[in-house]
Ligand binder design. Structure first.
Ligand code: NIG
Ligand code: FE
Length: 415
């Protein structure tokens, strides 16, 4: 038994981009197949190719797959891998629109944080929120991502900064439905007021929190905000090493506001991704580009923060694997608009459209260490989107989603 999608105007398999590990992506790496079809079963792709070869492909499949039991004719639409958003802070309580108004009047993000606003105001609201209310509001946000074709969605904790609340955030994240959810423990997001120093808070996280997160299997990944006067240098490194010893993969919020060593630490410790990476010098660009650490770029946060955009062109030209993500959160990026992220990457970071498409698929899959998605190849997860738009029209118009259908693990999802 198998399920068939036919009538595909153009299918983008991303085969070449996948084989190149997301580096030096060109148009031909998009794996364009016109008049295509695909077969899937049990959430996996069985075959992808030109529709005229469907009959022979079916005949060549093992007997149990030869009977097509479900069929969709997408009538000339485009099919491509589902987007993967590898960096969000989606589970949070409260809002920060008042502080945004202040920022628009010229008060800086750092000044608001010093006055007890910023991340700490979201911490207060998230601690106070019930699990049920967090779940309801978070599910609505996840639905919004799915509507845009997101089939894998990363969610970080980091808005409770205590044992009970961080567990609550991760449990809520794990309970959300639609795209496949990947959770990351970001206890080291900011220092909560109960602790005198950043060092003593990291010690608490290492001794009391990380082992619990591991025991309860609430996340496989640990993230940290490395920044001058926040978590930095040896204390950050020691914390990440401790997480690594416990079996967690690493991620770093690196060099966002200032060049603070985050990228160097990420590369040295073999982190999956270094995120933001705005304030890089030539040495950091070279090291990151030549490593297996993905450069996770978040230009929509840069727009909201009115800061520079990351040196995407230099990173890509030096051979980096790049991912794009929203960084959706109530402070630095209260927007879930993937198309705007891609538009900014094209307009201000000189990324080509094939590079943007690969960054949202192959690059993001690599950043999440997911080897079975980001590309539509036989054996991969059937995570895909149907869009009513020529692929060349992607990340061109914003504000509306061209996605008409999304499949997550082979299942057609209500949008
Ligand atoms: O990725 N340090 C950064 N953390 C978030 C912002 C969180 C917030 O303002 O609530 C970021 O930009
Ligand atoms: Fe972030």
């Amino acid at each position: 038994m198998s399920a068939l999608i036919r009538g595909i105007g153009t299918l983008l398999s991303l085969e070449g981009a996948w084989k190149k590990s997301g580096r030096f992506v060109q148009t031909e790496d998009l794996g364009l197949i016109s008049k295509a079809a695909l077969l899937m079963d049990q959430g996996r792709l069985l075959w992808v190719g030109p529709e005229k070869k469907l009959k022979s492909a079916l005949a060549n499949l093992p007997r149990q797959y030869q009977k097509v039991t479900r069929e969709w004719d997408v009538q000339g639409k485009t099919v491509l891998p589902g987007w993967i958003d590898g960096h969000t802070h989606l589970v949070y309580g409260g809002q920060r629109w008042d502080e945004f108004e202040l920022r628009c009047q010229g008060v800086s993000y750092q000044e608001i944080a010093r006055q007890g606003g910023g991340i700490l105001s979201t911490v207060k609201a998230t601690r106070a929120a019930t699990k049920q209310s967090l779940k309801e509001i978070s599910q609505k946000r996840v639905d919004e991502f799915l509507r845009q074709g997101v089939t894998t969605l990363e969610i970080k904790s980091g808005y409770a900064l205590d044992l009970k609340g961080e567990i609550k955030q991760l449990e809520v994240a794990r309970s959300l439905e639609g795209p496949q959810i990947i959770t990351t423990f970001l206890g080291a997001h900011a220092k909560p007021p109960e602790f005198e120093t950043h060092e003593s808070y990291l010690q608490f996280l290492s001794e009391k929190v990380l082992p619990q997160i591991q025991k309860k299997k609430l996340a496989d990944r640990v993230d940290i905000f490395i920044e001058k006067n926040f978590f930095e240098g040896e204390m950050a490194k020691n914390y990440l090493r401790r997480a690594q010893d416990l079996g967690f993969s690493l991620v770093v919020h690196a060099d966002q506001l200032s060049l603070s060593g985050g990228t160097q630490i990420a590369v040295e410790l073999g982190a999956l991704s270094a995120d933001h990476v705005i304030q890089l010098g030539p040495v950091e660009i070279q090291r990151l580009a030549q490593s297996e650490t993905v450069a996770m770029l978040l230009p929509l946060a840069d727009l909201y923060m009115k800061c520079e955009y990351p040196p995407a062109r230099e990173l890509i030209d030096h051979g980096a694997c790049v991912a794009l993500a929203t960084d959706y959160n109530p402070g630095s990026c209260p927007s879930m608009d993937l198309s705007l992220v891609g538009l900014l990457a094209r307009l201000y970071m000189k990324m080509s459209l094939p590079e943007v498409i690969a960054a949202w698929t192959v690059g993001a899959a690599k950043a999440l260490a997911l080897r079975d998605r980001g590309s539509l190849l036989a054996g991969f997860r059937a995570d895909l989107q149907v869009v009513d738009l020529d692929w060349r029209g992607l990340f061109y118009q914003t504000g509306t989603s061209p996605v008409t259908q999304a499949f997550v693990g082979g299942k057609s999802m209500p949008l």
